[in-house]
Design a protein around this ligand. Structure first.
Ligand code: SER
Length: 859
């Protein structure tokens, strides 16, 4: 029976739905609040707490098609991809789960029914494995299901070490685990390989398709196994593997979705041989890259981001092997949406973002790939003993951005290997240099030994009493502090907030009758709080009870910036998308700085939208409240936490209206209105995919506006002065042009009855210049009549000049008036110089012609 991968996924979920299971959507590839796990690597991850009995849901049976990534961490398949028929960095895991509901018998019966009844797989093609000592499962397979004993293989622990068998499944070094039974499909003896447990098990003949884990224990970090109160079931079947069987192919890469992806990759790369191994790698890697980005991972140099970067670079290198021209991976996002069917839904809304991230990352690596490859080729050609030395591997990593597995890949293709240990040594050496080069302040070396932790009293107050438990001067313990001394003082309890979570430390004073200490910064040293400052009066000793007073204005300014940071964070997620994650934060009195993941610069419209949203929230003047609750309850409430951050079991949850809810230990304003307003000062990039916003609030925002206004006024004044100077220069230039023009006009001089006459049309000249010209022309001709017509901006200007010896016969005023009437205007002036305006520009030519006639009649 043939089914498409999409149909198969649906058939599985529907089958288990018909058996009372709730269909639960796939969770993100980034496990929420689980620092023990790099990526979601199995369907059971999202149910981890259900297995442990910590979390209760309103169902006890669930089924999912979970997106998984196995690249990095405990289950890592990256290096196998492209080299085997069935390993992927990304795959979908079909699973059914029982939380204290059915156990071994139910799980085995359902699995068998689905495979043999629904999918109609021939029973004689299936073999099963069980945990060596699990007789119960043996008899279930053998007696209940009817699988013959020779098809049930017991798999022992590795060299007898407990719980190391392939048939004992554990999610990670800690967490739920238990024995399992696996179902294998025999692809036939035309393919190399042997049954599980045999020497040829690594071949592609017998493929594991379904793992049924009987969750019985919680493994602790020290290795102890705690028995779970409710034994449960966790199963997982790779969608791509079962699709290969149903579609009658031996390799996952031959199933429908991979065939389409490989074709799409071949098209964008421009390569024709669809069986090429590099195309498989690209088709595999595009899936993990895209879904990791959809789930909020951005390429970077550490943690999850670095795994993503490695996968992208590996894919780019394989494209490069096929001589691709330019960035290509991002062009595969569209085809991927198409082939993923239901599982591609999450991707649809993020397609544009994913394409941008991939393109930027591909292009940045392309800059060093060619040089790096040339160096690597060279090194591999001159290699001695078949192993590439660690120094070269490190240089490729450090200078050319070649992840170690990429270098290893290239070496392996030529039957060579790399010195991984040597690489680690070179890497460690570089880290050591970096450490030595960095400045260690005394602070880092400060060792404070006190019996009790400092209790922080300052969430609700800025003043309290406290007893001095420790004084340190120049990193040395001191009983008594006397003038003048710089010191670090520790109290048993304090209202001073110590720098943490990006919020800077408080400042203020300690005082007693005997002395006064100015606190200029507050820092954490493990669980004690150190107040840095100077003794400004008298003396202080260990054991003294002092009054501790925080500079409340300073604290408030910080609080406003901290609350505003939360609003900004949420507003960025609303405007730019859920992929925005906090990557760093600095909250000080002067303002705030917020670093976050985003693939490109935030454009001015988006910035404005963010600013507007934050300010609208401020104006709503919502309550800012904090609540202490369990981490679990906070997660349920939907509080934003930082990925990878380790939180205590009890956490503070900060809520601003119904807009923002975040885990936070900082000090905050009491209502959003207290923030006054937020003004973004700058937006910039600080690393690939990481942007930084700097902003100010409250008084700081007011000051910023005032400063800006002053700057504008200064700028306007400057421009005005400059404009005046320029206008003057222009006028001078115009006059200069007029003089030149007048000189050239003299060639057009005519005579009427022996009198010099000059009639000209000079459009575009301004009136003032024309008047200068009239005088100039009169002077030049000595005796005569000048008439100038001009159209500027559809307005007519007329000017007439008559030298004194002629004014008896010709009156300039009359002349101008005569012409003005013809162009819809009037005018007048002195007999020797007159001016008029008019609005009918089109009549000017005719009107000018009339001047000759008029003069002829009078001269
Ligand atoms: N968690 C088990 C596995 O990943 C079964 O789903 O194999």
């Amino acid at each position: 029976m043939y089914m498409s991968t999409d149909e198969l996924r649906t058939a599985f979920l529907k089958f288990f739905e018909s058996k009372g299971h709730k269909i639960v959507p796939s969770s993100s590839l980034v496990p929420v609040n689980d620092p023990t796990l790099l990526f979601t690597n199995a369907g059971m991850n999202q149910f981890k707490d259900c297995f442990l009995g910590i979390e209760k849901r309103d169902y006890t049976r669930a089924t999912t098609a979970q997106r998984c990534v196995r690249a990095g961490g405990k289950h890592n398949d990256l290096e196998n991809v492209g080299f085997t028929a069935r390993h992927h960095t990304f795959f979908e895991m079909l699973g059914n789960f029982s939380f204290g509901d059915y156990f071994k018998e139910g799980a085995i019966s359902y699995a068998w029914e689905f495979l043999t009844d629904v999918l109609k797989l021939p029973k004689d093609k299936l073999v099963v494995t069980i945990y060596k000592t699990d007789d119960e499962v043996f008899s279930l397979w053998n007696e209940k299901i009817g699988v013959s004993a020779d098809r049930i293989i017991r798999i022992d622990d590795n060299k007898g070490a407990p719980y190391t068998s392939d048939n004992f499944w554990q999610m990670g070094d800690t967490g739920p685990c238990g024995p399992c039974t696996e179902i294998f499909f025999d692809h036939g003896d035309h393919i190399w390989g042997g049954p599980p447990g045999s020497t040829k098990e690594k071949g592609d003949r017998f493929i594991e398709i379904w793992n049924n884990v009987f969750m019985q224990y919680n493994r602790h970090a020290d290795g102890t196994m705690e028995l779970l109160t409710k034994p449960s079931v966790d199963t997982g079947m790779g969608l791509e593997r079962i699709a290969a069987i149903i579609q009658g192919v031996n390799s996952n890469y031959e199933i429908d979705i991979f065939q389409k992806l490989i074709k799409a990759a071949a098209d964008v790369i421009g390569h024709e041989d669809l069986s090429n191994q590099s195309l498989r790698v690209v088709a595999d890697h595009i899936r993990s890259c895209v879904f990791l980005i959809v789930d909020g991972v951005m390429p970077s140099n550490e943690g999850r981001g670095y795994v993503l970067r490695r996968i992208i670079r590996r894919a780019v290198r394989h494209g490069n092997k096929l001589s691709v021209n330019g960035a290509f991976l991002y062009k595969l996002v569209g085809p991927l949406v198409e082939v993923m069917g239901m599982a591609g839904e999450a991707l649809k809304q993020e397609q544009g973002l994913v394409e941008k991230v991939l393109k930027i990352e591909e292009e940045s690596f392309a800059c060093t790939l060619d040089r790096g490859m040339a160096i690597l080729n060279d090194a591999l050609e001159n290699i001695k003993g078949g192993v590439l030395d660690g120094e070269s591997v490190f240089k490729l990593y450090d200078t050319y951005g070649f992840p170690i597995d990429l270098t290893n890949d290239v070496a392996r293709e030529r039957g060579l290997s790399i010195d991984e240990k040597g690489f680690e040594t070179a890497m460690e050496e570089q880290r050591r240099h970096a450490r030595e080069a960095s400045q260690f302040s005394n602070d880092h070396n400060l060792v404070i030994q006190v019996d009790n932790n400092t209790e922080f009293m300052g969430y609700g107050t800025t003043e309290s009493h406290g007893m001095i438990t420790y004084i340190s001067v120049g990193s040395m313990y001191t009983e008594t502090l006397s003038m003048p001394d710089e010191a670090v003082i520790v109290l048993d309890q304090t209202p001073f907030y110590a720098e943490s979570g990006g919020q800077s430390g408080d400042v203020g004073f300690f005082s007693t009758d005997a002395g006064r200490f100015e606190v200029i910064d507050t820092k954490k040293y493990g669980s004690v709080i150190g107040h840095h400052g100077n003794l400004v009066d008298g003396n202080l000793s260990v054991g003294d009870t002092i009054k501790a007073k925080v500079d409340a204005e300073h604290r408030l300014a910080i609080a406003l910036n901290h609350s505003a940071t939360h609003l900004l964070h949420e507003a960025l997620r609303v405007v730019l998308g859920e992929h925005v994650q906090q990557k760093g934060s600095l909250v000080r009195k002067e303002g705030l700085r917020f670093d976050f993941s985003n693939p490109e610069a935030v454009n001015p419209d988006e910035m404005r939208a963010v600013e507007k949203l934050v300010n609208a929230q401020i104006r709503q003047n919502n309550d800012i409240s904090t609540e202490l609750m369990s981490l679990d309850a906070a997660k349920k409430k939907g509080a934003i936490s930082l990925f990878g951050e380790k939180y205590d079991e009890q956490v503070r949850v900060l809520t601003i209206g119904d807009f923002s809810i975040e885990l936070c230990g900082g000090t905050h304003a009491s209502r959003s209105g207290d923030i006054g307003m937020l003004k973004i000062i700058s937006e910039s990039g600080i690393a690939a995919g990481i942007r930084r916003i700097e902003a100010v609030t409250g008084q700081g925002a007011e000051n910023a506006f005032y400063r800006q206004q002053q700057e504008f006024i200064q700028k306007i004044n400057k421009y005005q002065d400059r404009a005046k100077v320029l206008e003057k220069e222009i006028q001078q230039l115009k006059e200069k042009v007029a003089v030149q023009k007048s000189e050239s006009l003299m060639t057009e001089l005519t005579k009427i009855k022996g009198v010099n006459v000059l009639i000209c049309r000079l459009d575009g000249f301004d009136r003032k210049v024309l008047r200068t010209m009239i005088d100039d022309l009169k002077n030049q001709m000595g005796s005569g009549v000048v008439f100038l017509g001009n159209v500027t901006n559809d307005q007519v200007t007329l000017l007439a000049g008559v030298t004194n010896d002629i004014v008896g016969k010709i009156n300039a005023g009359e002349l101008v008036n005569m012409v003005a009437k013809q162009v819809g205007g009037r005018g007048g002036g002195r007999p020797d110089m007159a001016q008029a305006g008019g609005s009918n520009a089109s009549a000017l030519s005719m009107a000018l012609d009339s001047v000759t006639v008029w003069l002829s009649e009078r001269l």
